[in-house]
Design a protein around this ligand. Sequence first.
Ligand code: NAD
Length: 475
Amino acid sequence: MTKPQNYINGKWVDGSLGKLDMLNPSYDTKAGEIARSGEKDIDSAVKAAREAFNGVWGKTDAANRGRMLYKVAKILEENVEELAELESKDTGKPMKQARTDATLIARYFEFYAGAADKFHGDTIPFSDDYTVYSQRVPLGVTGHIIPWNYPLQMTGRTLAPALAAGNATVFKPAEDACLAVVRAFELIHEAGFPPGAINLVTGLGTEAGGALANHPGIDHMAFTGSPEVGKIIMKNSADHIRPVLLELGGKSPQVVFKDADLDAAMPVIVNAIIQNAGQTCSAGSRLVIQEDIHDEVVEGLIKRFNKIKVGPADKDPDIGPIINKKQLERVESFVARAEKEGATILAQAEKPEGKGYFFPPTLMGKVNNDSFIAQNEVFGPVLTVIPFKDEADAIRIANDVEFGLIAAVWTKDNGRAHRVTNAINAGQVYVNGYGAGGGVELPFGGMKKSGFGREKGFEALYDVTAVKTIIINHG
Ligand code: NAD
């Protein structure tokens, strides 16, 4: 069992508001407990972080910060199986996906361990009388709030670059799933960070989350989650005049031209929507397909959708349950509304028996790109098929949503691949492939209402630092 406590100033302490039960969505049983926290706990964590930033952690040089992160990576790597089991029980993701996620949290710490002492400013040519250089300095205390869909991965994604750059951190994971994250912090403790450099406070969004987003003592806020809460976070940051990074939702298109290698595309298209039961911000949820190959592709997809195995996470099916009853009902309501608006269900996998919150992968045809289901994020395993005539039509449809997170273009024509990737408004565009969130090295983030700021890769370090320019007049 993980500790139902917060990790503040290097110590495990009870939450001031008691505890919260965590649910196993595969069986509708209790999975564990976490601390329920509010203003008091967040305030202690922010104070501890400030002291660490002004004290030992703030004076730890880049090479030693890197060594510390590398230690974390090693400890996490040695415990992948235990972390994966907790993550799978808590989120309902199949064990093979949970193992990938547990490996990736370690990989984030490893990547930023290597980056810590290679990130620096420039010298700037100005005038003979001056020497000018810039420094990349940490912002101070950074706040981090993440959702429930990839708790382990996102912990590494948001904390590792902030720590590598020298910030002290206060982190609040989601109340729907974070048991593996609490365990990861028990392991991180073994790496021996100076107290206060890395703090964990669990609890409800409106209590612990709101308290963190509103706290005057933080210098940067990184938020991943829904657009609705993203707006609240941005308003809070405006009140305190501090930078904010928002990673919000998506409605990502997979654009398939008639010359595409369909044997290669088909399994990737399916996986891009069923991974994590479709609860992925970068899920490939709109299949934008040239009308000449529409019937052939749909026929192939129907066969594949019918074979997808849905079941409890510990049985390692193709996809597990939806995170909870509320989200399940939300997905069901999207499909019901789409049918009312004229779309049809082309294929639906079998729904297993049991008390889990299962929603079978669903392929929907006759979908108009203006319809509700084509414009709004389902956050479930529902793929909508939208035909197009020619390249211009494909680009128009791909861009005709409020979001712009990621996209894919499937074609054997190199010129077309370049033209279409240039024309699509999204933070990442794949050609003949798709990686829903994959690739620690690859800058990731949104355009339009998918948010702004970049995580992952070297790029993430720019968001959690400021440029300081030193101008020396030596006459
Ligand atoms: P959510 O916005 O409800 O919750 C996200 C986090 O915010 C949780 O930790 C929650 O406790 C906290 N929170 C909720 N209300 C808050 C408040 N008033 N003040 C401060 N914090 C608050 O989102 P969700 O339902 O947990 O996740 C699903 C959404 O997240 C989807 O829209 C999805 O697309 C998006 N998402 C985006 C990415 C990305 O990288 N772009 C990744 C995963 C999920």
